[in-house]
Design a protein around this ligand. Structure first.
Ligand SMILES: Cc1ncc(COP(=O)(O)O)c(C=O)c1O
Length: 454
């Protein structure tokens, strides 16, 4: 193939593949600055399925995002602060969370158990006292107790009132609180907005009147917001609420936009992060001026955008099988599963970026659908009824395996993993400072069996 990089969308910032390249021999490689890792060699050494994670990519993305906001604040002389809060639900693994914190990010939790991780880090004196933690999600008694405990231990923690039933408990809280509003703004996103279950309606928020220690107005419009205009429409609605709420609550000084910037799920990038951040800051500055309020501090909780490209998952093709009549010619059966390892295939009908790991210069390709390892007819990926181009297995040399990489698996997939058909969790390596470390061995039958009482 003449232009393999273009064909496989490798080395392109708009596809989050600026960290990848293809060798002369047709192997996929990933960069960590000037270090380089050959993915075929990793697959051969550690076996498949294999997750490969690079903290460097996370560090770069958090830094770029924070710099972008900071540069815009300066450019528009915005008189407020920006805080990035990493939503831990997107990936709670240590190898993800630690590099994010090292770049100066704050955290957002959604459950008592996520906050327990924060408690551990706080008790181990890993944080400095500048870190701020936002607590979203339904508040169980355990969650509320932990919030109170960490506050009394000196952590800067802001619980968000998600529901009227949380009002009573959180109004006794001796610190800043936020309130989550359901803006009622319909946006195209992977989020069932027909009946919103989170947050208070705008009228409910107004009816609360004075909320003790209110500093933060929070909303979250959805994941994978497809149009930039929708991000701004939501922000405008939120500012209308903010201005009104501030009259009775002068302590209100922060708007938390939640998550939603799209990942690499679409054949084409939807809009640019630079453009949208400029518009956010410009809008907030102008709107605040026109309505006579101090520009709010800004919190953003974009999760997928930051961590998705920091991990990819490698499979090998076990065999192929003809498909008589379809857009694809062959099933390629992989040694992993879409049902157990890549749940977003279902959850958000995700379009994965699938590339070969070896033979990337192959001239002859075949149209495939990918079949997973589970004995379940739903364990498949058909690229939404289209097909995935991959090298032909008949062209492999004797004993050679064809490996594939599913890119951008750093967000959500680890937390979603299950054991359908008692499939084992893949091994995981971390590539850092030129070294490769096996941090999770592939689960054995004994380990999986134990989870089910055997
Ligand atoms: C409150 C809140 N914040 C942040 C996020 C992260 O969203 P994303 O990963 O789409 O940016 C979510 C995701 O559902 C959320 O519910």
């Amino acid at each position: 193939m003449k232009n393999a990089k273009k064909f496989w969308k490798i080395g392109k910032r708009e596809h989050n593949t600026q960290y990848f390249d293809i060798t002369k021999d047709g192997d996929l490689v990933v960069f960590e600055g000037n270090y380089q890792y050959n993915i075929r060699e990793l697959a051969e050494k550690y076996g498949t399925p294999l997750k490969v994670m690079l903290p460097y990519i996370i560090e770069q993305r958090v830094e770029d995002l924070m710099d972008l906001f900071e540069d815009c604040l300066r450019e528009y002389k915005y008189d407020g602060q920006f805080y990035y809060h990493y939503p831990m639900k997107v990936n709670q693994n240590r190898e993800f969370v630690l590099p994010i914190i090292s770049e100066g990010a704050n955290l957002e939790t959604t459950s008592a158990n996520e906050l327990w991780v924060v408690k551990r880090l706080w008790h181990q004196h890993r944080f400095n006292s500048r870190i701020k933690v936002i607590c979203n999600g339904p508040k169980t008694e355990q969650y509320l107790a932990l919030i109170a405990e960490l506050k009394s231990n000196g952590l800067d923690i802001v619980p968000i009132i998600e529901d009227l039933s949380e009002m009573e408990a959180l109004q006794k809280f001796r610190g800043q609180v936020g309130v989550r509003v359901d803006l009622g703004v319909q946006v195209d996103s992977y989020w069932d907005k027909k009946i919103e279950r989170f947050g208070l309606s705008i009228d409910e928020v107004y009816a609360l009147g004075k909320i003790k220690n209110l500093t933060t107005l929070h909303y979250h419009m959805g994941s994978e917001i497809e149009r930039q205009a929708d991000i701004l429409r939501g922000l405008k609605k939120a500012m209308e609420v903010y201005v009104k709420l501030k009259k009775e609550n002068p302590s209100l000084d922060t708007i938390d936009m939640g998550g939603g910037f799209p990942g690499n799920f679409h054949t084409k990038p939807l809009y640019s992060i630079t453009g949208v951040v400029h518009r956010i800051i410009q809008f907030l500055g102008t709107y605040s001026r026109e309505h006579g309020v101090q520009p709010p501090n800004i919190i953003c909780e974009w999760g997928r955008y930051v961590v998705s490209p920091a991990q990819f998952t490698i499979f090998s093709i076990l065999n192929d099988k003809l498909i008589p009549k379809a857009s694809a010619k062959k099933w390629y059966v992989i040694d992993g599963s879409f049902q157990t390892h890549l749940l977003d295939t279902w959850a958000v009908r995700r379009q994965w970026h699938v590339v070969p790991v070896n033979n990337m210069h192959a001239r002859k390709l075949t149209r495939t659908w990918l079949a997973g390892l589970s004995c379940d007819s739903d364990d498949k990926y058909t690229a939404g009824g289209s097909y995935i181009m991959l090298p032909r297995l008949e062209d492999l040399e004797a004993g050679e395996k064809q490996y594939i990489a599913v890119l951008d698996t750093g967000d959500y997939q680890d937390g979603f993993t299950n054991h359908h058909c008692l499939n084992a969790a893949p091994a995981k390596v971390v590539c850092q400072n030129g070294d490769v470390t096996l941090i999770n061995k592939r689960e054995t039958a004994e380990e999986v069996g134990k989870l089910f009482g055997w």
